[in-house]
Design a protein around this ligand. Structure first.
Ligand code: AMP
Length: 375
């Protein structure tokens, strides 16, 4: 019987996961190098250690009946270590090996029968030139490992931009053809150990400079596209053999093709709306899946617009909350991070409405966002 959950990574995803796990009666230990992490603030205890400290990882394993993680850029060796020493851990290191490597991830998506943008891998400057020639311009060059929120990415509109690629020329890179998409979509889903997959409504995402700003759920797409997105996400989850909540991000092209961009083996920023708009959130589904409990059918009470609240470097105090919450349709989540560094995800709010999301709702959400500022 599972009574104690270990979480590698102490950020906001771990925090929201832990808040649910605590409500459900579990004991939670988190491992994160930063003391008093957002997740550590709400967990029973925190082990302060780097993610690749195998002794600390083993300590986490000993204190937990099952270990999971809240972000995918942890060392695979840490997850493997737990597996080899008989500790329960999910998702597995095999899942991580696919999702940590942008090239392996895109090949895997294609093996599952999904489409992706044209891509080529490149190790070093010469291969980069050949990959760019094969893929064509405009293109995006990304580091194969470790990038997130637009970090480790370079946009190339013309051959002249290639000179800006010094960083990418050294690290293993993927060159992707830039997609002129109609919109970005994501499917957050949960798979349990008996191969049941439950997907949340498709979400529509707006990014700026590679970082998620806003999610609209359900996405404003027709049923056929939603069906294809759900089917692809379920196939990917099953073929990965993942146990837990995961996310598949897509581009919807102007001609109606769905291209897989990324797979995240964990709850996802674009699934935050499920906390306030559904009876069982992506975090609770994850807890249920990893603890062997039944998954809950996805039922949406209301439509949602989720807006990320980012730091801007001007101060660490969030102001305007009183004015924001004067709108009763808004629920605010703040992650407990001390410094509101520019572009750092500090919190989010969800606006809940009856009926579909239209221009008026989006304008209201934007006006609400403008009420918040840092000082
Ligand atoms: P990623 O880290 O791959 O999720 O990229 C972050 C964001 O950058 C995506 O959500 C898109 O907005 C943009 N992006 C990444 N790859 C591409 C691409 N091949 N074509 C167009 N936009 C992209």
């Amino acid at each position: 019987m599972i009574e104690a959950i270990g979480v590698i990574g102490g950020g906001q995803l771990g925090r929201m996961l832990t808040l649910v796990a605590k409500r459900m009666g579990y004991r939670v230990t988190v491992l994160d190098p930063q003391e008093h992490s957002p997740c550590g603030q709400v967990a029973d205890e925190q082990i302060v250690a780097p993610y690749d400290d195998l002794r600390a990882i083993e300590d986490l394993g000993r204190r937990s009946d099952i270990v999971t993680y809240e972000f995918e850029n942890i060392a695979i060796a840490s997850v493997r270590h737990l597996e080899q020493h008989g500790f329960g851990v999910t998702p597995s290191s095999a899942v991580l090996a696919v999702t940590q490597d942008r090239v392996a991830e895109k090949r895997f998506a294609r093996d599952c029968g999904a489409l992706t943008t044209a891509f080529a891998s490149a190790n070093g400057r010469q291969e980069l030139d050949a990959a760019l020639a094969a893929v064509g311009l405009p293109a995006i060059v990304k580091t194969v490992h470790g990038g997130y929120d637009g970090k480790g990415q370079w946009h190339l509109a013309s051959r002249d931009d290639v000179s800006a690629l010094d960083g990418a020329a050294r690290a293993p890179a993927i060159v992707e053809r830039l997609v002129d998409f109609a919109c970005e979509l994501s499917v957050v889903a949960t798979r349990d150990a008996s191969d049941r997959v439950i997907a949340f409504p498709v979400a529509e995402n707006e990014h700026e400079d590679g970082i998620l700003r806003k999610t609209i759920a359900p996405a404003r797409i027709d049923g056929d596209v939603a069906g294809r997105a759900h089917e692809t996400a379920a196939t990917i989850g099953r073929r990965l053999g993942i146990v837990g909540t995961y996310c598949v991000e897509f581009f919807l092209t102007r001609s109606g093709e769905l291209l897989v961009n990324e797979i995240a083996p964990r709850p996802h920023n674009s699934g935050h709306f499920t906390i306030d708009a559904m009876p069982c959130s992506q975090y609770e589904q994850h807890v249920r899946a990893i603890c062997g409990l039944p998954l809950s059918p996805p039922h949406m009470f209301r439509s949602a617009v989720m807006v990320n609240v980012l730091g801007d470097g001007r101060g660490d105090h969030l102001c305007g909350v009183e004015s924001l919450l004067a709108d009763p349709s808004i629920v605010l989540h703040v992650y407990g991070k001390r410094h509101a560094v520019e572009r750092r995800k500090m919190g989010h709010f969800t606006m809940l409405v009856d009926g579909p999301i239209d221009g008026a709702v989006l304008a209201r959400a934007q006006a609400a966002h403008k009420k918040l500022f840092w000082a």
